[in-house]
Design a binder for this molecule. Structure first.
Ligand SMILES: C[S@@+](CC[C@H](N)C(=O)[O-])C[C@H]1O[C@@H](n2cnc3c(N)ncnc32)[C@H](O)[C@@H]1O
Length: 378
């Protein structure tokens, strides 16, 4: 099977590596995606075990079109009974980069009409649309006049791991957090600190990596491939059992601090859900008073600090300068021997850290350009 895994801009190389490790072949990086080949076993493994993928798509048809009627005609003539039953619900996502088609929603509507008309003409009945929780999720992508129709095997995005008690304070996306940790090169045998941990996303993703807990382990939502006509339940059970058999005890301490007691409480709730209470230590503390639980030799750079401070949307410019200066001071005074990584959407604020950057990377969190900088704290 040809397959496509979607991800964040900047994480394509990390996702490629993850896919190669899972056994994917013909792995190729694309824009915000990686294409690859594999069998049903790999499709299930990818959904359950990839840290940095958002969804896995399976192309089922490709054709050229320059007019909505071309799409309607082609989709109407495609054999949908192979994938969809009249009693099932479906939804269509669309992405369009084309001078011939400007409204992605209109393209999705044309495709929906063609599918419904085919069923009605053949059977007198039609499947219904459910945009929230459909049995079958389809995807239409148009690049100039090249149309690709894909089945979405994941349904709810794979970043929705299932451990969040609340989404109120806009935490970092779980797949992005995992990708940043993998990019940092942190070795789970070394200590790990986030002294602005918020709801604990980095800490939990680090704990998943350290314990080899698959990202799908806490998921309550079904994957849409479970509704596919070719769903192999016993293979799916084997894939999950094999991944779970690899879960192991962590080798080192993961520690989180935050100045806001409500955030520490929320993180604690997440630790309960994930049963990571013994893996992650939490403490209510301002960053300048935070201390590494594990001291490392200054020359080794073995411990990792990874934080995403506020960007400044809600902070006054003066407060932002003070906050970033204090992050730099804390790095220098409390964390000698660690490697620090800061993820921020405010590159001017990063200059306030007053430290030499040893690596500069760029990622996109949605449309926001974000910097991911490394500082070696000798
Ligand atoms: C952008 S949020 C981090 C979000 C987090 N990565 C998550 O996924 O939920 C920044 C966090 O820094 C914390 N913070 C702000 N000033 C701080 C300080 N001086 N010391 C410690 N934490 C601070 C805030 O309470 C907030 O939880």
């Amino acid at each position: 099977m040809k397959l496509v895994a979607k991800t964040f801009a900047g994480l394509e190389p990390v996702l490629s590596n993850e896919l190669k490790e899972l056994g994917a072949t013909k792995v190729q990086q694309e824009k915000r995606a990686v294409s690859f080949e594999g069998d049903l076993n790999l499709l299930y493994k990818a959904n359950y075990g990839l840290q940095t993928a958002l969804r896995i798509l399976k192309p089922i048809d490709q054709f050229k079109a320059r007019h909505p009627q071309h799409i309607y005609k082609h989709v109407y003539n495609f054999n949908w009974s192979k994938y969809l039953k009249t009693y099932q619900t479906f939804a269509i996502d669309s992405t369009v980069h084309s001078p011939y088609f400007t409204h992605s929603k209109f393209v999705a509507l044309k495709m929906k009409d063609a599918i419904v008309d085919q069923f009605r003409d053949k059977t007198g009945r039609r499947p219904s649309v459910d945009v929230k929780n459909p049995d079958l999720r389809l995807n239409i992508r148009i690049n100039v006049d090249e149309v690709t129709i894909m089945l979405d095997s994941s349904g709810f995005s794979l970043h929705k791991r299932g451990y969040r008690a609340s989404n109120r304070q806009a935490p970092i996306n779980e797949a992005l957090a995992a990708g940043l940790i993998l990019t940092s090169g942190w070795q789970p045998s070394a200590p790990y600190v986030d002294f602005m941990c918020g709801s604990g996303t980095f800490l939990i993703e680090a704990a998943c990596l350290a314990t080899q807990t698959p990202p799908g382990f806490f998921r309550q939502n079904r994957y849409t491939f479970e509704n596919w006509t070719d769903f192999d339940e016993s293979l799916w059970k084997t894939v999950k059992a094999e991944a779970q058999a690899n879960i192991k005890a962590p080798q080192n301490k993961i520690t989180g601090f935050d100045i806001d007691p409500k955030m520490i409480q929320l993180s604690q709730q997440h630790l309960k859900i994930t049963a990571f209470e013994k893996v992650i230590q939490l403490k209510h503390s301002a960053l300048k008073d935070s201390k590494p639980v594990v001291k490392v030799e200054p020359e080794t750079q073995q411990g990792t600090i990874l934080i995403n401070p506020p960007y400044g949307m809600r902070l006054k410019a003066k407060d932002l300068v003070t906050l970033y200066k204090s992050i730099g001071d804390t790095f220098k005074q409390n964390y000698k021997g660690y490697t620090a990584w800061v993820f921020s959407g405010n590159k001017n604020a990063l200059k306030q850290l007053g430290l030499r950057t040893s690596k500069k990377l760029t990622f996109y969190n949605g449309a926001v350009e974000c910097k991911f900088h490394r500082y070696d704290l000798y």
